[in-house]
Design a protein around this ligand. Structure first.
Ligand code: G16
Length: 544
């Protein structure tokens, strides 16, 4: 690498003096206007990561997903399309926080030395961004970093996070026995479309599906898929104003539906009783279904309900295909999973609980022959292990029913994005199951009844003070706070509550659930109050 070039270009992207950056739950995420130096340095880091891995292509996604329009962020994607290896997250944070160009150069050479990176290796990086206004300039900073580090960059343009993950795997497996698909966005959509058509062939047509695109990049993805599926499934697209930046995730999108537990206001008059609708988030990797019942009551079908629906469907297919002795299914959740869903699932299947963050869920799911993982907030997918894929490809069905189920399982491996959750692919998966089961929203919803729950955000001066253990279900710091929470939780029937710092927003999150709706709000706000007081908050601004 040319140190002079690195020095001169780094000088053009100085680090703001007053900000400490942290590679969190989903990469760096904060106000877009503060991220220029981070993007430049991520460009350099991505080049080094690629060289470390013999020139395999690394992905960089510029997005702040569910956050407000003024935020932005960046995350790296490893060669199989999975999240950046945990050990490199620390390197990312170190490079991002070097206060000066000289300190940055020093951190880069330490990384090269300690990680034994061979600089004669090539470096390849593919990158993309969502529709956020700050994205264009941030991509320019990233490109400066790639250029300075001598990497060959491929610009995938404005697209969704899951498309970028797909591209990374498709590029790295091209021409091999594990080829994942054509390395273009069109190739990806065609792959999903073909698999969907095969899976619903011969089934009665589905009613149109209403999609809230959160005024983000999912609108472009859904539009493209809508033309591919024109005669199979009709998309009724809403919140597609990608040009109006202030509308992104604003009173719409998956996070709004999950946290507010109501329909986006723009859809209230559109929805007929029992009509299925779903919301994507700002980069189209979360999915939330909902409907209004006969009484006009909002009913949410979140990530937990998706996991229940999909896992049961796959278990049935495996059995019908005659593969129950060879392939088993497991489910991964986080502490946010509704207690009723955990009970429903663990009565039927092995269920594992891991900390928040797709990377944790994905890795845990990879340990099952077929791993179904969904966060309650709608992030998730299904992963098929290499040995399951090989069992599927060599299986010889002995009856027509086995043959049909076997073909459906194979088609599912194409329909489902196995690198990361994709709202579009997940939506098609749900539609397949609903079609096969002849379920509407109400039948799906009746799998189990959610316990009333509430999620509250608390602003504190320093959220790093809040540290957890036991898959984030218990606080170990600040001392004494968990004991107080336990004491309060005991007063509520079926009560459960936990506290954890967000990795994507500057807040502490409080989750609570209990048997009775009115009590759950009281429990959530009592715990939120304890958190607020523990941070020495101003009594007048206590959460209510
Ligand atoms: C990201 C992560 C998710 C996580 C969410 C919220 O989602 O990919 O795994 O559930 O943040 O995390 P936290 O509670 O730490 O803020 P997204 O959609 O924002 O990329």
């Amino acid at each position: 690498m040319n140190t002079d070039l690195l020095r001169s270009s780094s000088d053009k992207h100085p680090k703001p003096t007053d900000i400490a950056f942290q590679y969190g739950t989903a990469g760096f995420r904060t106000l877009g206007s503060t991220l220029d130096s981070v993007l430049y340095r991520v460009g350099v880091l991505a080049a080094l990561r690629s060289r470390k891995l013999d020139g395999r292509t690394i992905g960089v996604m510029v997005t702040a997903s569910h956050n407000a329009a003024q935020d932005n962020g960046v995350k790296l994607v490893d060669p199989r399309g999975e999240m950046l290896d945990g050990s490199w997250e620390a390197h990312a944070t170190t490079l991002a926080n070097a206060p000066t160009t000289e300190a940055f150069l020093e951190a880069v050479s330490t990384l090269i030395r300690n990680s034994q990176i061979d600089l004669s290796k090539p470096a390849h990086v593919v990158y993309a961004r969502d529709t956020r206004p700050s994205g264009e300039e941030l991509v320019r900073a990233l490109e400066d970093g790639l250029k300075a580090a001598g990497a060959e960059g491929r610009d995938a343009g404005v697209t969704t996070t899951p498309v970028l993950h797909y591209l990374v795997r498709a590029i790295n497996t091209k021409g091999t026995a594990d080829a994942y698909g054509e390395d273009t966005q069109e190739g990806y959509y065609k792959k999903l479309g073909d698999a969907f058509k095969e899976l619903v062939q011969g089934r009665p047509p589905l009613d149109p599906i209403i999609i809230d695109c959160a005024n983000g990049v999912g609108a472009i993805a859904a539009e493209a898929m809508s033309s591919i599926l024109a005669n199979t499934l009709v998309f009724d697209l809403h919140n597609t104003s990608i040009d109006k930046e202030e509308l992104l995730n604003n009173s719409c999108g998956a996070d709004f539906v999950k946290t507010q537990q109501k329909s986006p206001p723009q859809l209230v008059d559109v929805l007929k009783p029992n009509q299925r609708a779903c919301s994507f988030d700002g980069d189209a990797d979360r999915l939330m279904y909902f409907y209004h019942d006969e009484n006009g009551q909002f009913r949410m079908l979140d990530g937990d309900k998706i996991a229940g629906l999909v896992a049961a469907f796959i278990v049935d297919l495996v059995k019908t295909a005659g593969l129950a002795d060879e392939i088993s299914v497991g489910v991964v959740q986080t502490a946010y999973a509704n207690g009723a869903s955990t009970k429903y699932l663990s009565d039927r299947l092995p269920v594992k609980c891991v900390p928040t963050g797709v990377k944790h869920l994905h890795h845990a799911a990879e340990r099952f022959p077929i791993g179904v993982y969904f966060e309650a907030n709608g992030h998730g997918t299904v992963v098929f292990s290499p040995s399951t894929l090989s069992t599927l490809s060599s299986h010889q069905p002995s009856t027509p029913a086995q043959d049909r189920a076997h073909k459906h399982l194979l088609a599912l491996t194409s329909l489902i994005n196995q690198t990361v959750g994709d709202a579009l692919s997940d939506m098609l998966l749900v539609e397949v199951v609903l079609s096969h089961k002849s379920y509407g929203g109400a039948e799906w919803d009746s799998l189990y009844e959610d316990l009333p729950n509430r999620l509250v955000k608390v602003s504190v001066a320093d959220r790093s003070v809040y540290q957890t253990e036991d898959a984030e279900r218990k606080l170990v710091s600040p001392p004494g706070l968990q004991g107080k929470i336990d004491e309060i939780v005991r007063r509520y029937e079926g009560g459960r509550s936990f506290v954890r710092p967000s990795g994507t927003e500057d807040v502490v999150r409080v989750y609570a659930e209990a048997m009775v709706r009115s009590q759950v709000d009281e429990l959530a706000f009592t715990v939120a109050g304890l958190v607020y007081d523990s941070a020495g908050g101003d009594a007048a601004k206590r959460p209510k």
